[in-house]
Write a protein that binds this ligand. Structure first.
Ligand code: SAH
Ligand code: SF4
Ligand code: F3S
Length: 470
């Protein structure tokens, strides 16, 4: 009896079928078919876009830098309202492009598509869109394109959730020397302001052997640095048949020969283990950088946010991490203007920022997301008040980050050289373990290699340096 095909084998069959279609079409037109993917949102989406482009490349599309392409994908984000508005603005322009190029196909996917009201709006007002899919079924891109080509009408395929993880599909990496690697999908935390659990579904972890296989593969292709991706990496492995902790996963990834650096995003303060701190303290590869979102410094608001830690617990954790990992760089995410935020609450946030002395922070103005508990809370904060607090927060963060930046001047740091400097000829840009950049003399052949660089001068949030070895 013929064995049942795996999902990835089925998808490779669709890719083959689409490959013939693309070849035929491009013969008709006398030119290659082109594609472009515009990505909004976080590293998860960046990674998903690499997978989508991997499929498109396999079926014969040529990736181009412009949106004037034969297949245009928008991988959307809905974490804040402005991410959402951007897409609708963009689609207006795309409609005009499609009128100029009748061969053009438009695909929409990603987090925003998991919201029913968005789908309704697209089906009603954006009829020129060809395929619409969500976050759970990106692996089906070839199959959806095939369905579109066969039926001649709009294809909408949105799943509510999934337990499935489809492995071994192609991926087209944006950088040759670094990449993201998913370790888990979804989120179970339901922070009261956040839409991610609704659009990315329940937590599911990839098997360690699949993760190690991918890391080994990309390293063999020249990758020096991997970023392990998950919405709450501390929950990694809990639902596996053979449970495994995130700290143990890091120990395994560390063993991959040739890999120089490991980063991860994002840990949650509520369950960051001592074991993880230990791994970071002793590891040669895990970067000495902790991105630990705090969201607010007010215990009262943290409770309303459903974050499961207090101001004191966050401070205690930060202190412990800094003691055990000397020189660790510390960054965070902060939301300003969560419903009911008072001046006192906000000052608690400033207090934590000063006490921890963050190297940098992503700061966000609270955005109301339909369907989340916070959206129906009373006391939404006035816009002007938020704006004022936001500016004050940035001013304090500027102080703490400049102070930290100064501390390293004169030190020699190992950097990964990422690009030639576009502003100054003969210069390259390297990334420090702590994620800051340093510019120094070099050439494009060095891209993707490591170097030791003396930090000669600080410029607030980057450095000028001199290479001290090859
Ligand atoms: N899983 C990660 C990050 C997810 S989203 C974590 O828990 O830290 C990235 C950041 O977006 C969050 O840390 C939060 O600061 C911000 N964010 C999420 N929802 C938001 C909202 N409704 N309004 C403003 N910022 C939000
Ligand atoms: Fe959103 Fe909270 Fe999950 Fe992060 S941990 S994705 S903020 S619900
Ligand atoms: Fe946005 Fe989805 Fe990431 S909502 S922030 S792209 S998980």
């Amino acid at each position: 009896m013929e064995q049942l095909k795996t999902e990835s084998q089925r998808q490779y069959d669709y890719m083959e079928q689409m490959k013939s279609w693309v070849a035929k079409k491009s013969q008709e037109l006398g030119r290659p078919l082109t594609c472009h993917c515009t990505t909004f949102g976080c590293q998860m989406n960046e990674k998903d876009s690499e997978k989508l482009l991997g499929i498109l490349e396999t079926i014969g599309y040529q990736e181009v830098d412009t949106e004037e392409a034969d297949l245009l994908l928008f991988n959307t984000c809905t974490v804040r309202e402005n991410a959402n508005t951007k897409l609708y603005g963009h689609l207006g322009q795309v409609k005009k492009m499609k009128e100029r190029n009748p061969h053009m196909m438009i695909g929409l996917c990603g987090c925003m598509m998991q919201e029913p009201h968005v789908i309704e709006k697209i089906q009603k007002s954006y009829r020129f869109v060809d395929i619409v899919f969500g976050t759970y079924n990106i692996f089906k891109l070839a199959q959806l394109l095939k369905a579109r080509v066969d039926s001649g009408s709009m294809i909408v395929d949105i799943w509510k959730d999934t337990n499935e993880i489809v492995e071994d599909l192609p991926s087209d990496r944006k950088f040759s020397f670094k990449c993201g690697v998913n370790i888990m999908y979804g989120c179970n935390n339901f922070c009261s302001y956040c839409i991610v659990p609704y659009v990315r579904g329940r937590e599911r972890s990839r098997k360690p052997e699949d993760i190690i296989k991918e890391v080994t593969q990309v390293v063999s292709e020249g990758v020096k640095e991997v970023m392990l991706l998950g919405q709450n990496v501390n929950s990694y492995g809990k639902t596996l048949e053979e449970p495994m902790s995130f700290a143990d996963l890091l120990r395994e990834v560390e063993k991959v020969p040739g890999l120089e650096r490991i980063r991860f995003m994002t840990p949650h303060p509520k369950d960051l283990s001592d074991d993880l701190i230990d791994v970071m303290a002793h590891s040669k590869k895990v970067c000495s950088h902790m991105h630990l979102p705090m969201q607010s410094g007010s215990t009262r608001l943290l409770k309303a946010m459903n974050r499961h830690y207090t101001k004191e617990q966050y401070l205690e954790l930060a202190k412990k991490i800094k003691e055990r990992i000397p020189g660790v760089s510390f960054t965070t995410d902060i939301i300003v203007g969560f419903p009911g935020e008072t001046e006192e609450d906000f000052e608690e946030t400033l207090d934590v920022v000063r006490k921890v002395g963050f190297d940098s922070a992503y700061t966000y103005i609270y955005s109301k997301r339909t369907g989340t508990p916070a959206a129906s809370m009373e006391n939404q904060v006035d816009k002007d008040v938020i704006k004022d607090r936001f500016d004050r927060l940035l001013a304090v963060l500027k102080e703490t980050s400049e102070q930290n930046c100064k501390k390293k001047v004169g030190q020699i740091e190992r950097v990964l050289i990422e690009e030639v400097n576009t502003h100054e000829e003969g210069m390259v840009t390297g990334r420090l373990e702590n994620n800051l950049l340093v510019h120094f003399k070099g050439c494009k052949e060095q891209i993707g290699t490591m170097a030791d660089v003396k930090l000669v001068e600080e410029k607030g949030f980057y450095y000028m340096g001199e290479q001290v070895n090859g």
